[in-house]
Design a protein around this ligand. Sequence first.
Ligand code: ADP
Ligand code: ZN
Length: 749
Amino acid sequence: MAENSLPPHSRRMGAGHRLSVLVPRPFDGPLDYRSDRPLAPGTLVRVPLGRQELTGCVWDSQPSHLPADFRPPSKGRVIAFEKLRFITGVLEHVPPLPEDLRRFIDWVAAYGLSAPGMVLAIALRAPAQAGNMKPAMGWVRKAGPLPESLRLTPARKAVLAALESRSPSSTAMLSEESGASAAVIRGLANAGVLEECLMEAPTLTERADPDHAPPTLSDEQAEAAEALVAGVEERAFNVTLLEGVTGSGKTEVYFEAVAACLRQGRQVLVLLPEIVLTAQWTDRFERRFGIRPAIWHSELGQKTRRETWCAIAEGRQQVVVGARSALFLPFAHLGLVVVDEEHENTYKQEEGVLYHGRDMAIVRARLVQGAVILASATPSMETLVNVQKGRFRHEVLEARHGAAQMPEISLIDMKENGPERGQFLSPLLCESIEERMKAGEQSMLFLNRRGYAPMTICRACGHRLQCPHCSAWMVEHRRRRILACHHCEYTQPLISSCSACGAQDSLVPIGPGVERIHEEAQARFPDARLLSMASDTLTSPTAMEEAVRKISNKEVDLIIGTQVVAKGWHFPDLTLVGVVDADLGLGGGDLRAAERTMQLLHQVAGRAGRGTKPGQVMLQSYAGDHPVMKALLANDFISFMEQEAAQRRPGFWPPYGRLAAVIVSAPKERQAEELARLLAMHAPRGEGIQVLGPAPAPLALLRDRYRFRLLLRTRRDIALQPLLRRWLDGAPRKNDARIDVDVDPVSFM
Ligand code: ADP
Ligand code: ZN
């Protein structure tokens, strides 16, 4: 490890400096340590904690940059200087965390009531690993003339000659090039001729060329692009919603803003809602800018992760595309953040540190005086309201690019025209698929449900197979021959007799998942080449790339998939999209069910007819009168969103008010309920403040914990965080019972 161990004699009583160090542990704030020399905030250090040693970050002592409302209570006890423990080392070769990133970490923690150390942990995932690895070191020739005393042996000459051609060079590279041994190289270093330095990763230093291959934009596109470029050129914080129908060229348009930012020499971050989309996106980026951008997501290897992290910190890497965790990268001079498909729920981190990637992208950009572009065909209610209030700018693309037309959407009334019992594809939909196949075009069947069947029931006794750890049905996955709970990791092998009454062969699957649709399609279209796309079958980005390649090469007639097929794919020969169960998302009735269903269905519909051939979308539904179906058929989202707004406004539901979910959970139902009731009794009160509940959470049992939910709702002008802090800080700590807070909840499970 690259560390400076501190000589013991310097650890005298009273010597040294007090340092605030944030460590990746769930404390309220940084801890105090002692160091022999002053270290600037941002420096990564090794510190002892209990019997462990951790990588932490030297932190600023006062979070004065946070709004007073957010500020965590100031630290209580100050430890006497003499009692402080010494830091054990400094990560000399890892760039420090820049100030704006430290501010951002504090902000995310304060907003979501998370421990700042746990937010830091996200930012440290790469460099902390780097701290445990020796960075790649190389040799350079020290400046100045050679020392007169130096004996220039042939081996030494060869080393110096090799360094002329490539510098810095690692020991291995040098000895291969020169034929000299490592000892010779070491000898030159000892003689003061060579100097050690960090090897840079050469693949990461290519520059993107903003003028590599710009497209010819339509008038509408050019106008929007100009506005986005202006936003970047202001070099001040601003947010623009780029709203454009599917296939209107939003990517091409925001690429112009990316180009503008590159010309300024500032860095760009592009967030995508799913990592599987990065491959197609990176290809497009390369065609436009001549190089591949850096990619950032949880599945990167350690080495790539470390190199990318350093390259971003040192400003060598200009463009990063990635998942929401890329917000925590140490950009040297970030100028633009793009959030593509900004309405997507996947931007919300639902485990560990909770945060919304879109909202935090805006916070991140504000801290660096950068521009933000939110792109979507179906913007979220939150964003639309911000546009209305004048907080965000708005650019609109009305038409699909080139000859492509919006697809024609129709509804199949399943009450009238449904299939026979036990089947799920209506005759009308099947005929259309048949026609597309004859014409040599591709079709897609969409069902947002993994597995074979969502529920299994015993014909003899009516028993339904349920997860022993959750209030959820076991989902049959026939191909993997298991029953799986979709809320915890529990699985069991398929069984042939009922676990309640013991009847043999009495278990029947109820309802379809994609596997069952695949089976039905196989039976109906025996000659079709089928491809399944579901998050549990295509698990890696490479598997997804392979699937995408097959579709693009027309090796597939019919695609059957879940959520993943709905995303931003561009398949020009895909002309028919069939939605197997358009009503699926409407159940459960949470705040955003209708909005979410509309966005998802519009997005999947948008996969049809993106090339020159017209597209068609068929929605199988039992609820043709529902506002969501009407909006989709009429292609009228504005009215739909207005209706939604009208429902949310009076009760101060988001975005017209603020909301936080408080989940109380415990292994015993009574424990959880008691604590939830106690919380309710001490709930904040006042004008514009309301607490709903407690009530059993929709997922009343999850991983063997019983869950009760309270909702705190306030008017927009009342900050939630201080209310929550005061309320929950006062809550009794009960063994085994836990309180989790979710500010701006997206999921209501
Ligand atoms: P969106 O993101 O709005 O759904 P895309 O940016 O994916 O749309 O554009 C759809 C297709 O049209 C892509 O293949 C894109 O390359 C192409 N396209 C859009 N605008 C242009 C343009 N001005 N010149 C050439 N191709 C374009
Ligand atoms: Zn479970």
